[in-house]
Design a protein around this ligand. Sequence first.
Ligand SMILES: CN1CCCC[C@@H]1Cn1ccc2ccc(-c3n[nH]c(N)c3C#N)cc21
Length: 247
Amino acid sequence: MRVDIVSIFPEYFAPLDLSLIGRAREQGLLRLAVHDLRDWTHDVHRTVDDTPYGGGPGMVMRPEPWGEALDALAPDELAPDGLTLPRLLVPSPAGAPFTQALAHELAAESHLLFACGRYEGIDQRVLDHAATRLKVTEVSLGDYVLFGGEVAVLVILEAVTRLLPGVLGNAGSLDDESHAHGLLEAPMYTKPASWRGHEVPDVLRSGDHGRIARWRRDEALTRTARRRPDMIAALSPEILDKRDVAA
Ligand SMILES: CN1CCCC[C@@H]1Cn1ccc2ccc(-c3n[nH]c(N)c3C#N)cc21
């Protein structure tokens, strides 16, 4: 997967050299490039913002630098290095909720292009024009307000990269994690068996894999019902009716 990120704070993405994302890049599973939007300005002050039409507080990101950046990073013709037309992701509090389902959808793309807004946001015409030739998705992390899109890109990129084949050593670890099947994950334990008077549930030490799987499924259902009743309502019937969870 190729990923391009455009931001006025490219240094925000230094953490992408670390951990599993850094290793995915070394393994060639992820080709990532971060670009400074100001490289597409032409004035001495490298201006990227201006006052909003219609008045109001703050500044809006100018369309010209964004237009040139997207032209350069999403060229109409197939570039010599195999650049395909990317899917444009624009973090925004007005975007569609970012979910595990969307993470899986994005993990299937060959080229993602992230546009990180700041100030009051990006001039709407940038997105409207991009949509004439790219798939554009405005996406939101949640119902709260951040300073800009960079944090959202870090979150989205981590959620997507871990789904790429070969990134997680034990792909099985994706199977029962929270949100993998519409449920929260069951509680997890490790040694010692007894810690400050708290014991590991006996079933997990029984060696009976069928019982353990059923216990984990029941715990996941109980935890989800208590903490996220909205997820229970959205469960597919087969998950609720699943009788034998043993493999
Ligand atoms: C504060 N300021 C005036 C009100 C509108 C937003 C603006 C700040 N801002 C500028 C670009 C930008 C992109 C994403 C987000 C964002 N906030 N919350 C989320 N879940 C987000 C995502 N994903 C915020 C952004």
